[in-house]
Design a protein around this ligand. Structure first.
Ligand code: IPM
Ligand code: MG
Length: 356
């Protein structure tokens, strides 16, 4: 069967890493009897340059008729003018909203071969295997914002309905059932009203999952415990901005931002899959970016949108094998002198996928 995949490479290293993710999908497809039709769409800065709009209507339509979306990254210094009317990030936020992608899963698992690549001690990291479920279409990212006092006062608003909180909590509890049966709900209930609603909703939803332990943690304490005892977490669920911040922190548990994938899910099977890293304009076009975050995102695409679990595992196993053989892109090389390029890393992983 041929699957339709929308590919939104975006800016900076985005197109380079999504090309490797597509290569790996093709390889795993060949080995397991599936084919993929990739269709490219514009998003972010490149879409602004080409059409004036960071999220052209054709891109939304392309995603809506696809089985899944692979996304690279958006943004860069070229479009950083704070007075500009449109920004690349509006494309990303817009596609999340347009596709109803309210649950963003960011798994953080330490590749055994990279235990020494992190800035944290191996003894602290050992056994780390957690997923952050970040609410993605609400909160302060989408609340009312503006200026008053002739521009000298600015405001952003965090708004959450009980229904928005409940649906993402349910994703977290369902996921915990497939894992180690523990949910940590993260909020700032000692200060924020949205967090108090979040916490009481979590307590109510938790009653439907007596087999899952639910604990609450304030976001500041969570930031500390993430680097103090990362292995103790299973599923962490939190609102949009807290999740944004905590997942950059959590990415360092795996040694590099370049390693981490994400899945953004809606009701139904359409999902958007992107590495958690940004467009890294400083290294764009040099062929040195780490494509593993994008490739592991393709594994999540196989798992969640196409329901091809065996194929998803084949990709994850191929990544582990290539790392175990000692191949490294520059960001995870540590003191090791020899590194491989973005394309070489993609080819090595693809070769493993087609040979199993
Ligand atoms: C992320 C990014 C985005 C976000 C930016 C680029 C808008 O940091 O996906 O984590 O804040 O959601
Ligand atoms: Mg972020």
């Amino acid at each position: 069967m041929a699957y339709q995949i929308a590919v939104l490479g975006g800016d900076g290293i985005g197109p380079e890493v999504t090309a490797e993710a597509a290569r790996v999908l093709e390889a795993v497809g060949r080995a397991h009897g599936h084919s993929f039709v990739f269709e490219q769409g514009l998003i972010g800065g490149i879409a602004i340059d080409t059409t004036g709009n960071p999220l052209p209507d054709e891109t939304v339509a392309l995603c809506q008729r696809a089985d899944a979306v692979l996304l690279g990254a958006v943004g860069g210094p070229r479009w950083d003018d704070p007075t500009a009317a449109v920004r690349p990030e509006q494309g990303l936020l817009g596609i999340r909203k347009a596709l109803g992608l309210y649950a963003n899963l960011r798994p953080v698992k330490l590749a055994p071969a990279l235990l020494d690549s992190s800035t944290l001690k191996a003894s602290v990291l050992e056994g780390t295997d957690l997923v952050v479920v970040r609410e993605l279409t609400g909160g302060i990212y989408f609340g009312e914002r503006g200026r008053r006092d002739g521009g000298r006062t600015a405001f952003d608003t965090m708004v959450y309905s009980e229904a928005e909180i409940e649906r993402v909590l349910r994703v977290a509890f369902e996921l915990a059932r497939l894992r180690r049966h523990k949910v940590t709900s993260v909020d700032k209930a000692n200060v924020l009203e949205t967090s108090r609603l979040w916490r009481s909703t979590a307590d109510r939803v938790a009653r439907d999952y007596p087999d899952v332990t639910c604990e609450h943690l304030l976001v500041d304490a969570c930031a500390m415990h993430l680097i103090r005892r990362p292995a103790s977490f299973d599923v962490i669920v939190t609102e949009n901005m807290f999740g944004d911040i905590l997942t950059d922190e959590a990415s360092m548990l795996s040694g590099s931002m370049g390693m981490l994938p994400s899945a953004s899910l809606a009701e139904g099977t359409l999902g958007l899959y992107e590495p958690i890293h940004g467009s890294a304009p400083d290294i764009a076009g040099k062929g040195i970016a780490n494509p593993i975050g994008a490739i592991l995102s393709a594994a999540l695409l196989l798992r969640y949108s196409l329901k091809l679990e065996q194929e998803a595992r084949a990709v994850e196993a191929a990544v582990d094998s290539v790392l175990a053989q000692g191949y490294r892109t520059a960001d995870i090389a540590g003191p090791q002198a020899e590194t491989v390029s973005t394309t070489q890393m993609g080819q090595l992983i693809a070769r493993h996928c087609s040979s199993d």
